[in-house]
Design a protein around this ligand. Structure first.
Ligand code: GDP
Ligand code: GDP
Length: 434
């Protein structure tokens, strides 16, 4: 489980500029392979071989110019609850502002690493100006220019140094399921319906409050761990239905699980916030089951299920090979089916296809429909293999990998899905030179 780092600070100090710089290298890779629009405020970064997740809290505020102070305070409180370390950014051009002082006041009480980052220090004259930020009472600060990158190396060194060492993951082979979704979608109701009574809880793995999120269940004849955000939920004072809130809440649980049960409220629609969580799971290579909850409230005829499915699949293109289960946490309708489906997706995610079988199936398909010529060059794919990783990744070896485009990649993915069962599981495809 990687550490979570949040960048906080008032609008226009340069949070997203730094965020982009820190995730740029990897982000470019992700986008090149998928062609899907992503949440631009959450990403993975690494420094000196240590990986962490980065969240730009400012990115989740709309109309950030006239943002209320109160709202920033809420974001900072959430970041304090959820992150392992906080980068508090201020702007040397503007100097110390009242809003900075308010945020500093919240952060002074925090019992986890807080790094004060003075941004827009583009030249040595501004270096001297930065001393005024000592008045925030947060001690040493780091001067950087998010724009030209100066000082960011030192900042990252200090950040990596400050991050807590994560304990090794509990290695049991049980599937880890995370119940995620927007506030009020019915996550706790679903979990309660599932658990029914306390006696189904086999072990409650002890630990600190924030990290003890795995609970082992033995239910419906399946054993699994539920990666629960409920324990964390109780801690926060923030109840608002902020987009930022559901993302922040989901990150840790998603990173820690094998399969996400994405609960959404059938009466509210599969909106942008639900989609953000969906893509968060997809980009983390997690299995996904979509649970359409509160199905008891929907007026139905014989077309309603089809219509819902079509509506959802349209929103999750091109990754549409995902199971959708219609449930009611209240009446307990199909909650067994939900778990059964999650177990199937878990199995699909660990599905390993032998190289000979894979080539027997894929090579004739490729021969029948070879990659189109690109800039007059013909690409010849010679063989393919599934990589020995926890989630499905495939390498196709060819003479000119750089000439293969996304549409052909999607074609190959679709064929893989047709012939093998990867329902609910993101697939990664690489083209390699041979
Ligand atoms: P956010 O609202 O905190 O995410 O701030 P942005 O990253 O959007 O930056 C706000 C403005 O400050 C933009 O016009 C940036 O180009 C500018 N900016 C960001 N970093 C620097 C920097 O290091 N130096 C200077 N001079 N400007 C910067
Ligand atoms: P959470 O914030 O995602 O954990 O959502 P809750 O489980 O607290 O549920 C939010 C509200 O929706 C509560 O008032 C629940 O009683 C209600 N609710 C949850 N599931 C269902 C359902 O399947 N049917 C109906 N009618 N109401 C539900």
């Amino acid at each position: 489980m990687s550490n979570i780092v949040a960048i906080v600070g008032r609008p226009n100090v340069g949070k997203s500029t730094l965020f982009n710089r820190m995730i740029q290298r990897r982000e470019a890779i992700v986008d090149a392979t998928s062609g899907v629009t992503r949440d631009r405020h959450y990403g993975k970064s690494d420094w000196n071989g240590k990986e962490f997740s980065l969240i730009d809290t400012g990115g989740y505020v709309v109309g950030s110019d006239d943002i209320f102070e109160q709202e920033i305070d809420k974001q900072v409180e959430l970041a304090i609850d959820e992150a392992d370390a906080i980068l508090f950014m201020v702007d040397v051009e503007a100097g110390v502002t009242g809003m900075d002082e308010d945020v500093a006041k919240l952060l002074r009480k925090v019992n986890k690493p807080v790094l004060l980052v003075v941004n827009k220090v583009d030249n040595s004259m501004r270096e001297a100006q930065a001393v005024e930020f000592y008045s925030l009472g947060l001690g040493e600060y780091y001067t950087i220019s998010g724009m030209n990158g100066s000082g960011t190396g030192e900042l990252l060194d200090a950040l990596i140094e400050a991050l807590p060492d994560k304990p090794e993951e509990e290695e049991n082979d049980l599937p880890r399921f995370a119940v995620v979704g927007r506030p009020n979608a019915g996550k706790s109701s679903f979990i309660n319906a599932l658990i029914g009574e306390e006696r189904y809880i086999v072990t409650d793995i002890a630990g600190t409050t924030r990290d003890s999120i795995d609970t082992k269940y033995d239910r419906f004849g399946f054993e699994f761990n539920l990666v629960d955000t409920a324990g964390i939920r109780r801690k926060s004072k923030v109840k608002e239905d902020l987009e930022f809130y559901s993302v922040m809440r989901s990150v840790r649980a998603i990173e820690h699980c094998d399969v996400c049960l994405l609960v959404f409220d059938a009466t509210r629609g599969f909106d942008g916030q639900v989609q953000n969580i969906f893509w968060l799971a997809e980009r983390n290579h997690k299995g996904i089951v979509i649970l359409v909850n509160k199905w008891d409230l929907v007026e139905k005829d014989n077309r309603t299920v089809k219509e819902f499915e079509q509506m959802i699949r349209k929103e999750i293109e091109p990754f549409t090979d995902v199971p959708i289960v219609f449930i009611s946490a209240m009446t307990k309708q199909r909650i067994f089916k939900a778990i059964e489906t999650a177990v199937e997706v878990y199995k699909n995610r660990s599905n390993r296809i032998s190289t000979s079988k894979l080539n027997d199936v894929m090579l004739p398909i490729i021969e029948n429909q070879p990659p189109p010529a690109y800039k007059g060059k013909y690409v010849k794919i010679k063989f393919c293999t599934q990589l020995p990783t926890k989630y499905p990744q495939f390498a196709f070896f060819c003479n000119l990998p750089q000439y293969l485009r996304d549409p052909y990649k999607r074609f190959l993915e679709n064929k893989l899905r047709e012939h093998f069962n990867f329902n609910g599981v993101p697939i990664t495809i690489y083209f390699r030179k041979k």
